[in-house]
Design a protein around this ligand. Structure first.
Ligand code: PEP
Length: 255
């Protein structure tokens, strides 16, 4: 882990309840995890609950959304806009999670628009990218991550990574219990940083690059030892407070 403040982000997907959020706010209340940003991205209907819990406790949890519309407002039934998220005091938005790409058909260009819309409203986008098993077997990993990052650079310029975050999430590792090895993850994180550095070295060195894919309380410590891993995007283990806490503590110990 480099000198950048680690971010441990929990993506609850279509899971969780108000009472689970209360438990998290209680467990993460006034705890001594300094120098680590801890984020929960619950389903959007619970964002306000988390904000209220934070106001009523000393919970350190930051608040994020799992996706957002690329549209500002209008006739887009079911969508949620960045300004709505902002009004709820959301700070972070995950864009381009592999499930959004695979199940909801989000293209690199659409994801780049979501990234842009998020940034323009002063929220922090977390851009997810990662290859399928088939891509990896065909040596396409670097092509896939370059494609997703270049879509953002082409639309918004390299400067947009000054205030954004990248999450490398190999699709074959998500929800499978089969994490990338620390070496496999580091190789791709290093590639991503170098790719950005071709445009602007200072921005490249300042971008937090999270690893996601079956991170748990047992494998987190080794992942966080890698130079270019600046935290984690956690799915399953972010729904269990003591596991998520343990991952955050490993991030703290790695500093
Ligand atoms: C994810 O959904 O982003 C993820 C990494 O899930 P899991 O940790 O369960 O593999």
């Amino acid at each position: 882990m480099s000198q950048l403040t680690p971010l441990i982000a929990g993506n609850w997907k279509l899971n969780g309840t108000k009472s689970l959020l209360s438990e998290f706010a209680h467990v993460f209340n006034s705890i001594n995890i300094s120098n680590v940003d801890v984020l929960i991205c619950p389903p959007s209907v619970y964002i306000d609950t988390l904000v209220q819990l934070n106001e009523n406790t000393d919970s350190i949890l930051k608040v994020g959304a799992q996706t957002v519309s690329e549209q500002i407002s209008g006739a887009f039934t079911g969508e949620i806009s960045v300004s709505m998220l902002k009004e709820l005091q959301t700070e972070f938005v995950i864009v381009g999670h592999s499930e959004r790409r695979a199940i909801f058909g989000e293209t690199p260009e659409l994801v780049a628009k979501k990234y842009q819309t998020t940034l323009m409203n002063q929220l922090t986008p977390i851009l997810c990218t990662g290859e399928t098993e088939n891509d990896r077997n065909n040596n396409l990993t670097f092509d896939i991550v370059s494609r997703d990052i270049d879509a953002v650079i082409n639309l918004t310029g390299i400067e947009s990574f000054k205030d954004g975050i990248i999450a490398y999430e190999p699709v074959w590792a998500i929800g499978t219990g089969k994490s990338a090895t620390p070496q496999q993850a580091q190789e791709v994180h290093h590639f991503i940083r170098n790719h950005l550095a071709k445009h602007n070295d200072e921005i490249a060195q300042g971008v937090r690059i999270l690893y996601g894919g079956s991170v748990n309380e047992k494998n987190a410590a080794e992942l966080f030892k890698q130079d270019d891993i600046n935290g984690a995007l956690v799915g399953g283990a972010s729904l269990v407070s003591d596991k998520f806490m343990s991952i955050c503590q490993h991030a703290q110990s790695s500093l």
